[in-house]
Design a protein around this ligand. Structure first.
Ligand code: AKG
Ligand code: FE2
Length: 211
């Protein structure tokens, strides 16, 4: 190959890989009560198949057990936590984190740092009603940005004091951002379903000290 000049081929052009669309002007904000809000952008990532395949294959997914009233039970999803210094499994995810940090900088005032990942293997996997209230999110406004890959599942939100729940469909390549007081004044869940659904991976970006 010495002396050969590099010529892009058709193959290179079609193998451009996954990409992100712009955020500005395309995110739709849903103001909720008590200073909470949700931003939603379906189809943020294009070419998500490749990212999804890499996530399924390369993330060291772990089953966890949790104590619930005296009994040890399986957490109904697989998990993996990426601290800020740990390389993410696909470069698109690093791009996504940087794009979110740039877009939200004026409002958030700090970068998105960690990436929590969940694998819902089927409709039997779920996350129960909760707020991400470990750390600073227990008492201050913050943001949690979720990028979803694979089979669509709905993210439900309801106010802590009681009230109707909202439903955001999260499909392949979609973005949802929970902001303001959302983690402490509202709860969110991904319910089980008896419908036949394939696997879904959720990637949650959070600022340092928020979980
Ligand atoms: O599946 C999701 O996108 C939500 C996950 C979630 O709420 C969490 O891990 O705190
Ligand atoms: Fe959560």
């Amino acid at each position: 190959m010495t002396g050969a000049t590099y010529q892009p081929s058709m193959l290179d052009l079609t193998a451009a890989g996954p990409s992100l669309s712009p955020l500005a002007g395309r995110l739709r904000r849903h103001p909720l009560s008590h200073g909470a809000w949700v931003d939603h952008l379906p189809g943020w990532v294009t070419g998500s198949d490749e990212v999804f395949d890499v996530l399924l294959r390369d993330v060291p997914w772990r089953a966890e057990r949790r104590t619930m009233y005296d009994a040890e039970v399986d957490v109904p999803r697989l998990l993996c936590w990426y601290a800020g210094h740990r390389p993410l499994p696909h470069p698109l995810l690093s791009e996504a984190r940087a794009a979110l940090t740039r877009h939200y900088a004026p409002e958030l005032g700090e970068p998105f740092v960690t990436a929590g990942m969940c694998l819902y293997r089927s409709g039997r996997d779920s996350v129960a009603w909760h707020g991400d209230t470990q750390g600073r999110s227990a008492h201050t406004d913050t943001m949690v940005a979720i990028v979803s890959f694979g089979s669509p599942r709905p993210l439900l939100l309801r106010p802590r004091g009681g009230g109707d729940s909202l439903r955001f469909p999260l499909g392949h390549g979609d973005l949802v951002v929970m902001g303001g007081s959302c983690q402490r004044t509202w709860e969110h869940a991904v319910p089980k379903t008896s419908r036949p659904v394939g696997p879904r991976v959720s990637v949650q970006f959070r600022p340092a000290g928020v979980a």
